[in-house]
Design a protein around this ligand. Structure first.
Ligand code: AMP
Ligand code: TRP
Length: 332
C-alpha cells in the first residue's frame, strides 16, 4: 500500500439502507478512495449482538456488500470484505479485551440504550461490542475512521485501549482519529423532522430506502410533514422544510440560496414533488447497479473473497506482532 493515510470503516448489515445512511455515510465512502487507502467492512459479527434471523442476516450481508459497490465503493481501489471472513478481528478482540476495563464498557451509552430496549437479551457480546470495534480499527492501524456522532464514544474507547496497550507493551498501535466528512448532513424523519430518519421508524412514510422505486419515493415526499407557512426558505423553526432543503441540496449540489430562488413564489407542493423526483433520479443509477450486482452472485463472491484475502494478509502481521508483545510463544 502507498503512504497515503489509511481509513477504516464498518457498517452493519441490518436490512436495506436509508437515505440517511446514504447521505450521512455511504456516499462519502466512494470519494474518499482517491485521497486515502480505504478498508471497508460489512460487520456481520457486530450484527449478531442483537437477535438476527440467520437466513435474513446472510441475505442482508450480501445486499449490503452489493449496495456499497453500487454506491461507488470500488473493490479494486479499496479493500472491501465481510468481517466474519477475516479471523484476525476476533483474535485481536481477545487481546484487546484483556486491556479493557469493565467500568469503561459499563459507561457506553449504546450498551445502556440497547440493553434497555432488549431486556431479554443483554448478552456479553452486546457488552463487549466496542472491543471488537476497536479490533476492527487497530488490526489495520487505521489513521482515520469515518463515523457518525453516535459512534464517537466507541471510537474514544478504541483510542484509550490502544494507548493502554502501548503503555503496557511499548508503542505498537496507531491511535485512530474520528473522521467527520465535510458533507455529512443529518437527515431527519419525513414524518417527524425532530427525529433522525431511521429504518426502525414504525411509520413507513417517515423513511426513504435507497432501493425504493421512484413512485414510492415521490409519494413519501408528497406526504412529508412541513409547516403552516408557504415560503420555501431555511429558517429556525421550519424543521420539515429545512430537512427537505438539506436533502435537495445533498442530491443536486444546489445551495440553500439557489433553492430559495428556484421556489420563490411556488408552494410547498411543487417543492416536495421536486425533492422527490430529484432524490429518485439521483438514486436510480444506484438501484440499477445494485440490481445487476445482486443478480451476479459469482462476481460478488469473487470480490468479497479477494477482499478478505487482502485484509487477512495485512491484519495477520498485526496479530502476529501483538501475540509476541504479550508473550505468546511463536506457533512456527
Ligand atoms: P446506523 O444504520 O444507524 O447504524 O448508521 C450507519 C451509518 O449511517 C452511521 O455512520 C450513521 O451516522 C449514518 N446515519 C444513520 N442514519 C442517519 C441519518 N438519518 N442521517 C445521517 N446519517 C445517518
Ligand atoms: N459500530 C458501528 C455502527 O454500529 C459499525 C462498526 C463496527 C464500525 N466496527 C467499526 C464503524 C469500525 C467504524 C469502524 O455503526
Amino acid at each position: 500500500m502507498s503512504d497515503k493515510k489509511l481509513i477504516f470503516s464498518g457498517i452493519q448489515p441490518t436490512g436495506t439502507f436509508t437515505l440517511g445512511n446514504y447521505i450521512g455515510a455511504i456516499r462519502n465512502w466512494g470519494p474518499l478512495q482517491d485521497e486515502y487507502n480505504c478498508i471497508y467492512s460489512i460487520v456481520d459479527m457486530h450484527a449478531i449482538t442483537v437477535r438476527q434471523d440467520p437466513i435474513k442476516l446472510r441475505q442482508h450481508t450480501l445486499e449490503a456488500y452489493a449496495l456499497l459497490m453500487a454506491c461507488g465503493v470500488d473493490p479494486e481501489k479499496s479493500i472491501m470484505f465481510i468481517q466474519s471472513h477475516v479471523k484476525t478481528h476476533a483474535e485481536l478482540n481477545w487481546i484487546l479485551a484483556c486491556s479493557t476495563q469493565f467500568g469503561e464498557l459499563s459507561r457506553m451509552t449504546q450498551f445502556k440504550d440497547k440493553s434497555q430496549r432488549h431486556p431479554d437479551d443483554v448478552n456479553a457480546g452486546l457488552f463487549t461490542y466496542p472491543v471488537l470495534m476497536a479490533a476492527d480499527i487497530l488490526v489495520y492501524n487505521a489513521d482515520l475512521v469515518p463515523v457518525g456522532v453516535d459512534q464517537k464514544q466507541h471510537l474514544e474507547l478504541a483510542r484509550n485501549v490502544a494507548q493502554r496497550f502501548n503503555q503496557k507493551y511499548g508503542e505498537f498501535f496507531t491511535i485512530p482519529d474520528a473522521y467527520i466528512p465535510k458533507v455529512g448532513a443529518k437527515v431527519m424523519s419525513l414524518q417527524d423532522p425532530a427525529k433522525k430518519m431511521s429504518k426502525s421508524d414504525e411509520n413507513p412514510n417517515a423513511c426513504i430506502l435507497i432501493l425504493d422505486d421512484k413512485d414510492t419515493i415521490v409519494r413519501k415526499f408528497k406526504r412529508a410533514v412541513t409547516d403552516s407557512e408557504t415560503e420555501v426558505c431555511y429558517r429556525e423553526g421550519k424543521d420539515g422544510i429545512n430537512n427537505l432543503m438539506t436533502i435537495y441540496s445533498a442530491v443536486t449540489n444546489k445551495s440553500y440560496e439557489e433553492i430559495e430562488k428556484e421556489f420563490s413564489g411556488k408552494g410547498y407542493g411543487d417543492f416536495k414533488l421536486a425533492v422527490g423526483e430529484a432524490v429518485a433520479d439521483h438514486l436510480k443509477p444506484v438501484r440499477d447497479e445494485f440490481a445487476k450486482l445482486i443478480a451476479d452472485k459469482a462476481y460478488l463472491k469473487e470480490c468479497y473473497t479477494k477482499g478478505a484475502e487482502k485484509a487477512l494478509r495485512i491484519s495477520q502481521k498485526t496479530v502476529t506482532k501483538a501475540y509476541r508483545k504479550v508473550g505468546f510463544v511463536d506457533a512456527r
